[in-house]
Design a protein around this ligand. Structure first.
Ligand code: SF4
Ligand code: SF4
Length: 200
């Protein structure tokens, strides 16, 4: 039941995010083949998101499943010897610059690229603004904010806006109650995967 409700929630979220991306299209460069946001992260997933991701995984060709499992084993070995507090890595589901589980991807994956509000109310510009991609035409790289001067000079029809699409907000109690979803524990994707495939 919860997975069914989660899918209903995703339909609502997808529609909302599509509207936001359309609204901000003058600043958005996302396109098929751009995968920088899947190359360096720790990808928080709640239990229900992970369950849905694994639902998609089971549908993949067995050779692809095997190759993904090997990537997970390698990543886990790198994590064990890493001294980083938060182990950042390429997502093992990224294949040839595309998500092999696109339909089943997590909530964080769906919001990559938008500007959003942090818990303290400040705005967060996506990292790729500093790599010549989303919002790079209006970003003030030094202050990591939007430059009003650049925005005005561009004569854009829509102003650059942040939205309430922070991960904690999208997986909060209010959404659980509203959609009858139990998100469950939240962990980095690699932790879920190591446990799922019983990797030592
Ligand atoms: S699940 Fe897909 S979209 Fe999400 S980080 Fe991995 S490759 Fe990227
Ligand atoms: S969010 Fe940035 S890095 Fe990710 S696909 Fe969009 S433009 Fe590329």
């Amino acid at each position: 039941m919860s997975l069914y409700n989660y899918i209903t929630y995703l339909e609502y979220l997808n529609k909302k995010l599509t509207d936001f991306f359309e609204n901000q299209q003058e600043y958005i460069c996302c396109q098929k083949g751009c995968s920088k946001c899947c190359r360096h992260g720790n990808y928080p997933f709640t239990e229900i998101e992970f369950e849905y991701l694994m639902f998609g995984f089971k549908k993949l060709d067995s050779a692809i499943q095997e190759s993904i499992k090997n990537k997970i084993i390698n990543l886990n070995e790198q994590k064990i010897t890493s001294t980083e507090e938060y182990f950042m890595h390429e997502c093992p589901f990224l294949i040839n610059d595309a998500c092999s589980l696109y339909e089943y991807r997590g909530i964080i994956c769906r919001t990559f690229g938008l500007m959003y509000y942090r818990d303290d109310g400040s705005t967060k510009v996506p990292f790729c603004a500093f790599e010549g991609l989303n919002y790079s035409n209006v970003v003030d790289a030094q202050n990591k904010t939007i430059s009003e001067e650049k925005y005005k000079a561009l004569n854009c029809t829509q102003e650059p806006l942040a939205f309430n699409v922070g991960y904690k907000f999208l997986t909060n109690k209010e959404h659980e109650t509203g959609y009858g979803v139990k998100f469950g524990d939240c962990k980095p994707l690699l932790e879920w995967l190591v446990r799922k495939f019983d990797i030592q």
